[in-house]
Design a protein around this ligand. Sequence first.
Ligand code: NAI
Ligand code: MG
Length: 495
Amino acid sequence: MATKTAERPRTIKPPKVKDQPLFIGGKWQDSVSGKTFATTNPATGETICQVAEGDKADIELAVVAARKAFEQGPWGTMSARDRGVLVNRLADLIEENQEELAALESLDNGKPLRDSLAIDVPASVKCYRYYAGWADKIHGKTIPVDGPFFCYTRHEPLGVVGQIIPWNFPLLMQAWKWGPALATGCTIVLKPAEQTPLTALRVAALAQEAGIPDGVVNVVPGFGPTAGAALSGHKDVDKIAFTGEHTTGQIIMEAAARSNLKRVSLELGGKSPNVVFADADLDAAVDGAYFGLFFNQGQCCCAGSRLFVEDKVYDQVVEKLLKKAKSQKVGDPFDPETTQGPQVSQEQCDRVMGFIESGKKEGAKLLTGGKRVGERGYFIEPTVFTDVKDEMKIAREEIFGPVMNILRFKDVDEVIRRGNQTCFGLAAAVWTKDISKAHRLANGLRAGTVWINCYDVFDPAAPFGGFKMSGFGRELGEYALELYTEVKTVYVNLQ
Ligand code: NAI
Ligand code: MG
């Protein structure tokens, strides 16, 4: 991701998409039940195509295929370096097909094409390339121990991993999960979100074209309580990686615990504080605060959804944000002028509108927005609430929509205390020219990532994940390799 909205892309039309099967063991197949479900274009509410609906029986087939590929296929004996070559080839193919993938992502998710093209696709490519580089650099250690023994560790692939991803960044979440899993030599069963299954299936086809052996990656679209539950509760799955709502994370962790104590990593939501001090470069802070909340229609786990502004500059910042909100173009994701697309689904749209109603009822001041846009699709006006109080629902719960909440503060200790008054801890940001103050906040705020004078800066080399109920485990960077490896200790008797 970048810190500003992408440049205008050239015009690309929404693609026509055929009905989609499941991808299991290198084969395209219907679901065992024969059932399908519709995936919808959020800009119109119309069906894009039917997708085979995976359930328990399909997860079973996919896990068997992944197990076989892990234990018997060429994947397990392939040199780590060759594995890296294949992951690099997948990155190249995604890049070669970037326009098609960006268009598919925008069609299925509703995000502006300019963003899919400039952010989602290139960030995914970078992520695969980064992990391709790791494949042959995953080392154990030699350890000096007492006695006549030689001791060393091996970092072995964890095995068959289940991965359940959300709909807000389908391609990118797949890359964050496939990159380290492939680099370490695991095999994968992916369940994409039911709202956005299309790019995951296309990437599976590209993985096969890249030469990744059959059964190494399997994609089973379907719903959470059926396919998702079957995967997280499967006895022959060694690990489950999940990104999504914290309550779903709790269900998944329970299923993992009960079935076979499979390893779990969770990247859950947030209610991230973004703190603007009076001594900040206010124009930069306003741009960063706007992007940090409204990017991706507000559907970001790390959205800066509690904007704390210092008393002295509160009115000034509010005025600048109002101007920015008013200048946005909400509409067709394929229109190059569009800066904000629709919410992903009717359900999400209703949920966000419910939060807006609650903000009004609890006495926050609706500065701008608050209504749906147009008759078709799931568009919501960029919405800004001022005079938001810590105890209001809009200041406590994840809204996941284009709704900004502005809170007022007076001093450093107060804002650290209030910033931490949440069950979440995914991200935080601070805007100030005073480096001591910036670092006091960076140290004091309990969050997995802190941005100083920037927002939403990501790099595949830098870890990302949460404190508290925002989850555990770190994706990206070297840290993510730990999520996909087991450490084996070997002692050799030297006598
Ligand atoms: P969700 O967490 O229910 O869905 C995410 C993924 O989990 C999907 O693939 C879904 O099929 C799967 N899933 C759902 N129930 C499951 C179960 N019982 N077992 C296994 N897998 C299951 O999120 P949802 O319902 O789409 O959105 C609700 C809210 O969650 C949003 O309004 C937002 O606040 C939050 N959310 C947070 C995300 C993040 O990146 N932190 C991403 C998506 C949603
Ligand atoms: Mg759900």
